[in-house]
Design a protein around this ligand. Structure first.
Ligand code: SF4
Length: 291
């Protein structure tokens, strides 16, 4: 797909310079995405992914809702002046958004501004899922995903085994707690699964990891497909799976490296076959590959 002419604003490094709202061309949204960065002062995350793109920085720049609001209006106006459609407004930035005490207030503001000024834009949360271990966060995200905000939740699932999770997330959050929370959430809200496929120290995920990841995605899809839901409400379950490759520099390069596009395509094809065999496709699950 051709890139839209968004030129100099295509710079995600702005988020390490204290910017709260940063426009980027998003491979996964296939157009202009306005990222919201809740951590302009330093990275905060419950994971320490070896491929993480956030370079070390510290700035004396606190997040403020007023500044976020002004910058979001400013970027929406800039896009409108240039005739560029905004595909989404995405909470992402320098860490795990649900860690921020400002997150839910900022989400409310972003939803209001989206409804006022960019009705077609999706509202997205890119999360590693660890916030789901907090009951209040779980419930608030469920409500945001199923209610009028129609928050799209992109849930990171980089592994199917504890061993690969340990290497990909390097997190103190136990796998044994995280996966049940993600499964429970998939049973009550729509989610997009996003999986980074890369090599660690030159080695791709081992075959047993690939097979376990596939089984886990099928289980999540089955959980959603079996869940009760009322017509008119957002249907719970896995709506899409995004397999993406390493495409940007990271401070720990070359610890992780990109895999061949054919590897990602093969994993996507295998997942598609596994989902079909499990007969869980009562609603279509879109499988997308971004090498
Ligand atoms: S979850 Fe995201 S922000 Fe956190 S370490 Fe991983 S890639 Fe970086």
């Amino acid at each position: 797909m051709d890139r839209p002419p968004i030129g100099p604003i295509d710079n995600h490094r702005q988020r390490e310079q204290g910017v709260l709202v940063y426009p980027v061309y998003s491979r996964r949204s296939q157009g202009l995405s306005l990222g919201i960065n809740l951590f302009p002062d330093r990275k905060r995350c419950t994971f320490d992914c070896p491929y993480c793109e956030v370079f070390p920085f510290e700035r004396d720049k606190p997040f403020t809702q007023a500044l976020m609001e002004a910058q979001l209006y400013g970027e929406l106006e800039a896009a409108a002046r240039r005739g560029i459609a905004v595909k989404d407004i995405a909470f992402s930035g320098n860490g795990e958004p649900t860690l921020s005490p400002d997150f839910f207030r900022a989400l409310k503001v972003a939803a209001r501004i989206r409804d006022e000024a960019a009705k077609e834009a999706a509202l997205v949360l890119i999360t590693n899922g660890t916030g789901l271990l907090e009951r209040a966060t779980f419930q608030a995200l469920r409500q945001a995903a199923c209610g009028p905000a129609a928050l799209h939740i992109w849930l990171k699932l980089d592994a199917g085994t504890e061993a690969w999770y340990t290497r990909m997330a390097a997190s103190p959050v136990p796998w044994a707690r995280l996966i049940p929370a993600m499964t429970a959430f998939t049973g009550c809200a729509p989610v997009t699964i996003q999986t980074m496929l890369c090599a660690i120290q030159g080695r791709p995920p081992p075959p047993e990891e690939a097979a376990a990841w596939e089984r886990l995605v099928v289980t999540l899809a089955e959980t959603g497909a079996a869940a009760a839901w009322a017509p008119g409400q957002a249907r719970p379950g896995v709506t899409a799976v995004q397999l993406y490759g390493k495409a940007r520099p990271a401070p720990r390069d070359p610890w992780t490296t990109a895999l061949a596009p054919a590897y990602l395509e093969a994993r996507a094809a295998a997942l598609k076959a596994a989902l079909a065999a499990a007969l869980v496709c009562t609603a279509p699950i879109s499988i997308q590959v971004f090498p």
